[in-house]
Ligand binder design. Structure first.
Ligand SMILES: NC(=O)c1ccc[n+]([C@@H]2O[C@H](COP(=O)([O-])OP(=O)(O)OC[C@H]3O[C@@H](n4cnc5c(N)ncnc54)[C@H](OP(=O)(O)O)[C@@H]3O)[C@@H](O)[C@H]2O)c1
Length: 337
């Protein structure tokens, strides 16, 4: 197989560094990896899994000769540089929200809609992290029973806000005089402590009272499932957990089901592990699932008042499957084709 020249834009960030780690760990067939970031990081050395990368400043010319470019440096950087990379022959796999709802850009989770990779025009979007974690669990239910309604509440780790989100939680725990500067939204004037707290706001609000993160879960799920009619409602909450997002999901299915059937369908799905043994207090928890590639589902139970209603709890490492791993898997699927 031809060796691939890869660029990681945002290599000094939480997602970028995880992509570097996964490319090495999964033996992605690269001949060269270019680590790109902002001007401030140019010249910095990153050491990942024993390999050293000298960071270069991102520029249009940095994508000359690149075959696959992983973008994880924020939406504005993607809007500025994705066309430049595609013009130079690269396929861009974008982790930001810049292109996700663009009609010409497929939005892909390989376990959900791998067929959409076929029609890309140079850019492929990785969905939002909470959306990916939920979608991996919803996909087998949609396939076997059909989904009528989805109600989700999230419990999202501070690393969802990048390295600065993790540093903020750590600073608050270590220093009682620390003044919050990052959460809930760095660019807004008001900030709240996340240590020993919950913040029911991830990203900015719209006029209907939903946050952008909540809209991402709604719109991106509909796009991937090709179901504009799917009724989804979401509440997204930041919690003082370092890594891994958890979600409480309620679904109404189109067909009658038994819990044994549901468990069998979920256990047979790719990328999903059923961890559900309440007699022994076994269920997924974020602290135990850091760096895991799979999404874990537990607390599977029926709604007692609606025969087609089902509750479950789902947890996944949002830097891995919610971002970096999903992007690398997209790259792997394309190379396999
Ligand atoms: N964290 C998650 O769980 C997660 C999950 C899914 C998707 N995402 C998305 O992935 C993207 C990156 O998130 P993150 O959490 O990794 O953020 P992060 O830890 O804050 O890292 C941001 C990266 O972007 C680089 N960057 C910033 N401005 C730049 C510029 N003007 N030119 C070039 N590089 C620039 C930074 O480089 P410097 O170090 O030089 O500043 C750094 O490498 C965001 O769009 C985010 O929404 C994040």
């Amino acid at each position: 197989m031809k060796k691939i020249k890869v660029a990681v834009l945002g290599a000094t960030g939480a997602v970028g560094e995880e992509i570097l780690e996964l490319l090495i760990e999964r033996k992605f067939p690269y001949s060269e990896i270019k680590a790109l970031a902002s001007k401030k990081s140019a010249g910095k050395t990153l050491e990942v899994k024993g390999q050293k990368f000298i960071v270069e400043e991102a520029s249009p010319e940095a994508f000359n000769d690149i075959d696959i470019a992983f973008f994880c440096a924020g939406g504005n950087v993607s809007l500025n540089l994705a066309d430049e990379a595609v013009k130079r022959g690269a396929v861009v796999i974008d982790n930001t929200s810049a292109f996700r709802m663009n009609k010409d850009v497929p939005l892909v989770v390989p376990e959900v809609n791998p067929e959409d990779l076929k029609w890309h025009k140079g850019v492929i979007a990785n969905p939002n992290c909470s959306t990916i974690i939920m979608a991996v669990a919803l996909a087998p239910l949609e396939k076997h029973f059909g989904l009528d309604r989805v109600i989700v509440s999230t419990y999202q780790a501070v690393s969802g806000a990048g390295i600065k989100g993790m540093e903020e939680l750590q600073s608050e725990v270590l220093d009682p005089d620390y003044t919050p500067q990052v959460l809930p939204v760095a660019s807004l004037p008001k900030h709240y402590q996340i240590a020993y707290n919950l913040i029911p706001q991830i990203d900015v609000f719209d006029k209907e009272g939903y946050t952008k993160e909540e809209w991402k879960m709604i719109n991106e799920t509909r796009k991937m499932f090709h179901r504009d009619d799917l009724g989804i409602t979401a509440t997204t909450v930041r919690v003082p957990v370092m890594r891994c997002h958890s979600e409480s999901v309620y679904v109404e299915l189109k067909k009658d089901f038994t819990l044994d059937e549901v468990r069998e369908v979920l256990a047979g799905a790719k990328g999903l592990i059923v961890q559900d043994d309440i007699e022994n207090q076994i269920y997924p928890m974020p602290l135990m699932l850091e760096k895991e590639n799979d999404i874990y589902v537990g607390r599977i139970r029926k709604d007692l008042y609606n025969p087609r209603g089902l509750n479950f709890w789902v947890v996944g490492d949002q830097i891995r499957k919610g971002a970096a791993l999903n992007a690398v898997q997209i790259g792997e699927s394309m190379l396999a084709d």
